[in-house]
Design a binder for this molecule. Structure first.
Ligand SMILES: Nc1ncnc2c1ncn2[C@@H]1O[C@H](COP(=O)(O)OP(=O)(O)O)[C@@H](O)[C@H]1O
Ligand SMILES: [Mg+2]
Length: 364
């Protein structure tokens, strides 16, 4: 593994406000790295420094081992072309069609003919399961589709590095889940290096290979998600709170979110868990049930569930047997495993507010 981006002692102030006081961080080629930290910690500033929208006051940035400050103008331009940035809130242009929105980064480069750009946009739309939306306007699409369009725009230039600034802001838990799944899925497919700024703890731990905590202007802790989650460092504990550690074991996890489960009281929760555990024990390879917040996890040592269809239908069965009163729907999110989305590709808008969401996560 090589570091594609190295930050060394980066400092940045705005007037008297010292935002970054010495950020040192290596981002590995081919990974998804998560940068976490409280609001106002300087996460967006850090991303803007990486993409060159802001200049650091001090410190050094290297790309592929070469210091940014020793690069020629041409080298800097070439580097910029390898990086793209997905802004918070999608930032699509309302008055432009989806075609024009996605084509924009290519048009700005003035390298390709219009007809070639047109073809490339259509191809990218197809890769992101967005066929047929090219002539629509952003407001005509669902929130989830808008996120995918924003992702298409970030990916249209075949970037090697994609930076995401709080890609799930403003979304409800179901759509958050879908966006995380989307990033993990397309990162494998397009093979970019991803940097995701997020405050979604612990969700972001499931898609990142590395987590870095920005606090007090510095990276206060970094490591694999499991290391961060089990850290005894008070700064880390203060930020991530008490969460159960993720196991390093290999296997498959089916996860299941029951919104507002706490409202149903401890007894009901236990009853529901027992019902689900019983059902899973009968039908699935040996596993254990874990509960965290409103998520239930069924953890199995089997890393290779071939019959995804039967797993999904089992989850649906389980839902119909043991849903609390008042819950009527179930949906499989695109989750973290592409196969579930093939079976249940449900537009997030159609998921009722009281739905139970389930999906699978492959442990890394
Ligand atoms: N262009 C700017 N001019 C002045 N202050 C800024 C600018 N950009 C960010 N800041 C300040 O820097 C701090 C960190 O901001 P930001 O990186 O956006 O935080 P976050 O971690 O929430 O993304 C905040 O106090 C913000 O007000
Ligand atoms: Mg921010």
């Amino acid at each position: 593994m090589t570091a594609i981006i190295q930050l060394n002692d980066i400092e940045k102030s705005f007037g008297a406000l010292k935002v970054l006081t010495g950020v040192t961080l290596d981002l590995q080629d081919g990974d998804i790295s998560a940068i976490i930290g409280k609001s106002g910690a300087g996460k967006s500033v850090l991303l803007k420094i990486i993409v060159g929208l802001l200049q650091p006051d001090a410190g050094e940035i290297s790309f592929g081992g070469k210091s940014f400050f020793s690069m020629t103008r041409n080298e800097i331009r070439n580097f910029r072309h390898r990086v793209s940035y997905m802004f918070q809130n999608s930032a699509l242009f309302d008055a432009m069609t989806i075609m024009d929105n996605i084509a924009l980064p290519l048009i700005e480069r003035r390298e390709l003919k219009k007809s070639v750009i047109h073809e490339k946009v259509l191809e990218t739309l197809a890769q992101l399961d967005l066929e047929g939306v090219e002539d629509k306007y952003p407001a005509q699409l669902s929130g989830g589709m808008q996120k995918r369009v924003a992702l298409a725009r970030a990916l249209i230039t075949d970037p090697e590095i994609v930076l995401f600034d709080e890609p799930t802001t403003g979304l409800d838990p179901i759509r958050k889940n879908i966006v995380h799944g989307m990033i993990a899925h397309y990162q494998k497919y397009f093979k970019f290096t991803g940097v995701v700024v997020s405050h979604e703890i612990p969700d972001i731990f499931y898609i990142a290979q590395k987590v870095a905590l920005l606090a007090g202007g510095k990276i206060m802790a970094q490591g694999a998600p499991a290391e961060i989650q089990t850290s005894t460092d008070p700064v880390v504990r203060d930020f991530i709170g008490i969460v159960h550690p993720i196991s390093e074991e290999k296997g498959t996890i089916l996860f299941w979110q029951i919104k507002n489960i706490a409202q149903h009281g401890a007894e009901k929760i236990e009853e529901l868990q027992n019902a689900i555990a019983d059902l899973f024990r009968q039908k699935l390879p040996a596993g254990t049930l874990h509960v965290r917040g409103d998520f239930l996890f069924w953890k199995m040592p089997d890393t290779n569930i071939k019959n995804a269809q039967s797993v999904c239908s089992l989850l649906l069965d389980a839902a119909s047997i043991c849903l609390p009163k008042g819950y009527e729907g179930i949906a499989c999110t695109s989750g973290y495993a592409p196969f579930t989305s093939e079976i249940f590709s449900i537009e997030s808008e159609k998921i009722p507010a009281n739905a139970v969401v389930c999906g699978t996560i492959d442990l890394k």
